[in-house]
Design a protein around this ligand. Structure first.
Ligand code: AHR
Length: 505
């Protein structure tokens, strides 16, 4: 593909123009008992790369590099049929069950305590979930007691008898998963779910008043019940919950890369709409309480959706939805994270779905690990974005898209960490053919020089990494340009994501 240079763009940065603090929890992930996520991904005693507990050391190292602040577990659709007592206690006494959500065999060799131990090793925080499908509000409260209560009562004592006398102090709890979906085990309508979630929330909080609760919002904005579901359940649960969830899986089924690369417009619109529902319910309740958004499933997912991707054929650890990610997917992930910064006032949690093997930034075989294209933008944001998000002004040429009309060629966000005087700028060049010269203009304090510039780029939007060719799409450190008169100029290749790390003075 031949490339050319378009006219210049400008990005204006001012550390006084603050949107909001960036919640570190927007750099979270999601691991479900499904496919090869837990078994063969996280827990793989047969692998030469496993430690003495059966945990994959290479997976732990890769996930540490992504610096997930929390990981949501154990589902997902799996959650709605999960009996948490199956997964605790001596391993040889745990039942083997048919998982109806993914038509797979669940051995329960990995459960709540193993997950919490694993989180400690990964240096992340567990975000657990209560089953609102087949589970009762009593079982939800019992699970909180099991995890968080001091010894002295039945479930806390049970935890101690399993080797954990100290409470786990799990802070974040989801109230079910996608309960609006007819595919969900124990699917409920909105008033039914709202009342069940409210009553579960009360009991869970009575067990531990310090926990934070996440209500299950619409499972996508394509649902016929959206956004009425969200209004109804929020009206019923407003005072009992802290976050309201949304899920979205992006696709390029039409093979329209121009529109796909403009999806940030849709992500913003979705957040704006659900924020509107939050504002409405808050006003209706005359409430001083705030509920924030938790985008607790997000990713690109559309290639691996055949029946063999979705149904496990009643075996253990089947290969389910092992999506292969390419360059254009990585650029969509980067834009999504730009949106997380731009909407940091309302979005406080976001979980990349998922983390290993199942729609994930890493894939494993028994003795190897592959970092997919989407690994790199996530890593750069997770590493560099801290402090507050800045409201940047962007002047960029437009391009025409079938879905969103004219869109700017650049998608940008920026963070500023006052304590460390660290400033990061994240830029996607959506052009498929043209490199773009961009001038960064700091309007108050500027860096003396740029610390580092990282780029994820390529010539073919469909290029992907594979076990044979693992370094096609990676983050590359490129030369940092000089800063003069509070300005610097960079060239952004077509189809690229650039992360700029600067130290302000
Ligand atoms: O992440 C895969 C599945 O997608 C989850 O189990 C479900 O919540 C969503 O529909």
């Amino acid at each position: 593909m031949s490339t050319s240079q378009l006219s210049a763009a400008q990005i204006f940065l001012d550390t006084n123009r603050v949107i909001s603090p960036i919640s570190p929890l927007v750099f979270s992930g999601f691991a479900e008992h499904m496919g090869r996520s837990i078994y063969e991904g996280i827990y793989d005693p047969a692998s030469p790369r496993a430690d003495e507990r059966g945990l994959r050391k290479d997976v732990i190292a890769a996930l540490r590099e992504l610096n997930f602040r929390a990981i949501r577990y154990p589902g997902g659709n799996f959650l709605s049929g999960y009996r948490w007592l199956d997964g605790v206690g001596p391993r040889n006494q745990r039942p083997c069950r048919r998982d109806l959500a993914w038509q797979s065999i669940e051995t329960n060799q990995f459960g709540t305590n193993e997950f919490i131990e694993w989180c400690k090793t990964v240096q992340t925080e567990p975000m657990l979930a209560a089953n609102m499908g087949t589970g009762s509000i009593q079982e939800a409260a019992d699970l909180v007691e099991y995890c968080n209560a001091p010894i002295g009562t039945q479930y806390a004592n049970l935890r101690a008898s399993h080797g954990y006398p100290e409470p786990h102090a799990v802070k974040y709890w989801c109230l079910g998963n996608e309960m609006d979906g007819p595919w969900q085990i124990g699917h409920l309508d909105a008033p039914e779910y709202g009342k069940k979630a409210r009553e579960a929330a009360k009991m869970m909080r009575w067990q531990d008043p310090s926990i934070k609760l996440i209500l299950a919002g619409s499972s996508s904005m394509g649902m016929p019940t959206y956004p009425e579901w969200d209004r109804t359940v929020l009206e019923l649960c407003w005072d009992q919950v802290d976050y309201h969830s949304l899920h979205y899986y992006a696709n390029n089924r039409d093979n329209d890369t121009g529109s796909f690369l403009a999806l940030a417009a849709e992500f913003e619109m979705y957040l704006d709409s659900v924020s509107g529902v939050l504002r409405y319910v808050k006003a209706k309740h005359r409430s001083k309480h705030d509920v924030y958004l938790s985008w607790d499933e997000w990713n690109v997912w559309y290639k691996a959706t055949g029946s063999s991707d979705m149904q496990g054929g009643w075996i253990e650890a089947p290969h389910l939805i092992e999506e292969v990610y390419n360059l254009e997917d990585a650029l969509v992930v980067a834009q999504w994270m730009n949106v997380f910064l731009r909407k940091s006032d309302i979005l406080k949690i976001a979980c990349l779905a998922q983390i290993v093997n199942v729609i994930a930034p890493i894939l494993t075989t028994r003795d190897a690990l592959l970092k997919q294209s989407i690994y790199y933008p996530f890593m750069l944001f997770s590493k560099l974005a801290s402090g507050v998000a800045l409201d940047v002004a962007v002047k960029a040429p437009l391009y025409s898209t079938a879905k969103f009309g004219d869109m700017p060629l650049l998608d940008v966000s920026s963070s500023y960490d006052e304590a460390n005087q660290a400033n990061a700028v994240f830029i996607v060049n959506r052009s498929q053919t043209d490199s773009l010269s961009v001038e960064l203009c700091w309007q108050d304090h500027a860096p003396q020089n740029i610390k580092a510039v990282y780029q994820v780029a390529g010539t073919d939007p469909k290029d992907a990494n594979s076990f044979d060719n693992p370094n096609r799409i990676v983050a590359v450190k490129v030369d940092a340009p000089a800063v003069k008169n509070q300005r610097t100029t960079l060239t952004l290749p077509p189809l690229s994501f650039t992360a700029i790390e600067a130290q302000l003075v």
